[in-house]
Ligand binder design. Structure first.
Ligand code: LMR
Length: 394
């Protein structure tokens, strides 16, 4: 049977992780996978998470199953974090999923169950796994322009022109903040215009929010999602706790589905429970329990917010350093977009050949589309990257 299997293309981000591991050079720089690292190159366990973990170890008395869609406390804490009071809670169905990827997968399966003919519009470019899951599930999709290669900013006119093609019942996948892979984001006015268009076209927004708190802060990063949630009759949100709680391997995510009314919400909730049961039964509990404890305990929450803010400001500082060094080296402002981008990533706009040249000459690993993980840098490696960029002629 297995002889019938065909080799599949490797995930580019995971493939790059492997290449980096196998490179024997000591001075190599990993700007590939989206994992936060501090100045020492470590992905720390956040203080509040570690404290919650200690308390949980003392308190936890059973490892019996939780609910099929996870814990109500987790749903509430995450709804507060992502949506605040933007929408009536009675309209929200929720399901805890293994990571943000699990939330995307469950959301797409829900779309497939409800409207198999619906097309999903995705930004070009987007996180490669979006496309991969869409193809795997055979969900019809089409791309909309998003990034202007010249200015390295959002190509908003192109985006709106392409979204004119959206039909009633179609789905538009948007990154809530910190767009992956470009780092270029919609401003508040643009979010409003996208909202107007979706309402006019009767299309449903589907928001992937995996970096809340990494861009302009917890509240501002959720402003676009909340704006749409307050206006549209239906919406899907896939949120991840991997990055902002630093619990990557705990696989902690959530689907929030906003239904037009309570009756529809109840059926949607049942469908999400059904999908969890079919795909993996009960979600992994540990990460969600830590998140709930952190968000519900004022001292832990305050400490988490402080640490998250330090992480965010550290990345902004690295952006300033990189843009400043490039400005000095080139005598031009053409890299100032690095300061405008937000989140972990920036797309530099280098060709695949230039990306390869930087890897060979300076041991710098970035994704083939020239996405860099800002958090993979530190004071010492910023000048190395800047030199590589200039030498490669980006
Ligand atoms: C990334 O884009 O690097 C992260 O979201 C990690 C992953 O799973 O691809």
């Amino acid at each position: 049977m297995f002889g019938a299997l065909k080799p599949l293309p490797a995930d580019k981000i995971l493939q790059l992780m492997q290449m980096y591991r196998e490179d024997p050079r000591e001075e190599k720089v990993d700007l590939g996978v989206g994992v936060y690292r501090n100045a020492e190159g470590v992905t720390p366990i956040m203080r509040a998470v570690k404290n919650a973990e200690k308390q949980l170890w003392e308190m936890e008395t059973t490892k019996a199953y939780t609910g099929l869609v996870g814990d109500a406390g987790y749903h509430k804490a995450m709804t507060d974090l992502v949506l605040a009071d933007s929408v009536d809670r009675a309209r929200i169905a929720a399901a805890h999923t293994p990571g943000g990827t699990g939330a995307i997968r469950q959301s797409l399966e829900l779309i497939q169950m409800a409207a198999p003919e619906a097309r999903v519009f995705v930004s070009s470019p987007t996180w490669p796994n979006h496309l991969s899951i869409l193809k795997h599930l055979k969900v019809p999709f089409t791309e909309y322009r998003y990034f202007d290669d010249e200015s390295r900013a959002v190509d908003f006119d192109g985006m709106m022109a392409d979204l004119e093609q959206v039909k009633p019942g179609d789905v538009v996948l948007l990154h809530g903040c910190c767009h992956n892979p470009t780092g270029a984001n919609l401003n508040p006015v643009q979010w409003q215009q996208v909202g107007d268009l979706l309402l006019e076209k009767q299309a449903m927004p589907f928001i992937d929010i995996a970096y809340q708190g990494f861009g302009d802060g917890l509240e501002k990063d959720a402003a676009g999602v909340r704006h749409l949630a307050g206006r549209v009759p239906e919406m899907l949100i896939a949120a991840s706790c991997s990055k902002n709680f630093g619990i990557y391997r705990e696989r902690t995510g959530i689907v929030l589905a906003i239904a037009p009314d309570e009756k529809t919400r109840d059926v949607t909730q049942g469908s999400l429970a059904h999908l969890n049961r079919q795909n993996f039964s009960f979600p992994p509990d540990h990460g969600a329990r830590l998140v709930t404890m952190v968000l519900e305990t004022p001292a832990l929450k305050a400490d988490w917010m402080d640490e998250l803010e330090d992480v965010r400001l550290g990345m902004l500082d690295l952006r300033e350093q990189l843009a400043g060094t490039l400005q000095q080296m080139t005598g031009s402002d053409r890299f100032s977009f690095i300061k405008e981008h937000r989140g972990m990533f920036s797309r530099l706009g280098a060709t695949p050949e230039q990306v390869q040249a930087m890897r060979e000459s300076h041991g710098i690993y970035m994704v083939g589309d020239s996405r860099i993980n800002i958090a993979g840098l530190n004071r010492d490696t910023v000048p190395i990257l800047a030199e590589a960029i200039v030498k490669a002629g980006v």
